[in-house]
Ligand binder design. Structure first.
Ligand code: 1CP
Length: 341
């Protein structure tokens, strides 16, 4: 189906655009009362993610309410560990918990390499969303980067330091690579399925890139992300978002990704120098949206000015926080859409 608004895809491919496309990480989420109402219909978070009708509903909400230029399928990166045989729970106000974690070779051997069929509920949610969107905006699919997924599978929960997961890399590098390989293969199968089901662009979230040093980042994370990009880039544009890995932008630009997601700790001009011809995405601090309207407008203008119209996708540097005022989010989107280039 022809897209009525394909700004995101044109920007990702480096084509001419009339203005920068804008979407927000965690645009489907607790900032919207409508999201909270839909979420209340499910028994818990995991059941919510597994319900294609509810997932599709909250995927489309930000397109209607915030006016963003893309929808991102409502799911979670943790569906991959589950599909491989490691189920999780989402504890309210605490985050994810895994009853079993990965420690030994036997644990890794027991894991299955997931295929798209194991995540049929995500495929159904994508198909349904694509139909409901009716070509209004592109639909983004996603997965976690293998390192970030390993971090949760070994740690068993979120963490500030992921020291157990890092201990695993330092003490069991051979096992770590075996696990990363299995996650990579599962992710490629999963993302190929997402493209078949209607995803127009894919984003790989490496949320915990920043806890690794540069050398370990290339060894344990980027080489696997690169494999995923090589497998998927011939099909759709791929964005790599490696949070806090500013040192890695040049190396990331050497993969076959179309665009690079940036957090707010990197200067747009510096990122441009390092990223070559790749499209850049980001990078407003979500906390900017706690400030007054005047500040939001002037800071957003400065950011647009710094990135420029070419090869740019406007976004935040990480996900929206649940207590950010929805009206401020709407203002941010509106400022980007009305900017005179
Ligand atoms: O009901 C709720 O509001 C719970 C909060 C929530 C939401 C809205 C979680 C729990 N997951 C999601 C959806 C989600 N997760 C999306 C939906 C699409 C959108 O962005 O609108 C996406 C893309 C994710 C991806 C995700 N899950 C990441 C990568 C992005 C990031 O934020 O860095 C990570 C790290 C997760 C794990 C996760 N899921 C949820 C929480 C609270 C966490 C973080 C746990 C931790 O602190 O480690």
């Amino acid at each position: 189906m022809m897209l009525k608004n394909d700004l995101l895809l044109r920007a990702a491919r480096g084509e001419v655009v009339e203005r920068a496309p804008v979407w927000l990480m965690r645009q489907a989420g607790r900032i919207l009362p409508e999201y909270r109402a839909t979420r209340a219909k499910a028994k818990n978070f995991v059941e919510f993610v597994k319900n294609p009708e509810l997932a599709s509903e909250v995927t489309i909400q930000p397109v209607d309410i915030l006016g963003v230029d893309a929808a991102i399928i409502f799911s979670d990166i943790l569906v991959i560990p589950e599909a491989m045989g490691l189920p999780y729970e989402m504890i309210e106000a605490k985050g994810p918990r895994f009853q079993n974690t990965i420690q030994t070779k036997a644990d890794i051997d027991k894991l299955k390499i997931a295929d798209a069929g194991d995540l049929d509920y995500v495929m159904k949610a994508l198909t349904l969303t694509k139909k409901e969107l009716n070509g209004r905006v592109p639909l983004i699919g996603f997965c976690g980067a293998p390192w970030t997924i390993l971090a949760y599978m070994v740690e068993g929960s979120g963490s500030k330091t992921f020291s157990k997961a890092k201990q695993f890399l330092y003490t069991q590098p051979v096992l770590a690579h075996a696990l990363l390989d299995k996650i990579t293969q599962s992710s490629i199968n999963y993302l190929k399925g997402q493209v078949t089901a209607g995803a127009d662009l894919l984003q790989i979230f490496d949320s915990w890139a920043g806890v690794l040093n540069e050398k370990m980042y290339y060894e344990f994370s980027l080489q696997y992300i690169s494999k995923i990009c090589t497998a998927l880039s011939p099909l759709v544009p791929v964005t790599i978002f490696a949070k806090d890995a500013h040192y890695a932008i040049k190396k990331i630009s050497e993969t076959s990704c179309a665009s690079i997601g940036l957090d707010w700790t990197i200067d747009p001009l510096k990122a441009r120098q390092e990223a070559g011809k790749k499209t850049l995405q980001g990078n407003a601090d979500p906390c900017l949206l706690y400030s007054d309207e005047k500040t939001i407008i002037s800071e957003t203008h400065a950011m647009l000015e710094a990135f420029g119209i070419d090869r740019y996708i406007c976004n935040l540097g990480h996900g929206l926080y649940p207590d950010i005022d929805k009206e401020k989010v709407k203002l941010f989107v509106q400022v980007v859409k009305e900017y005179k280039w």
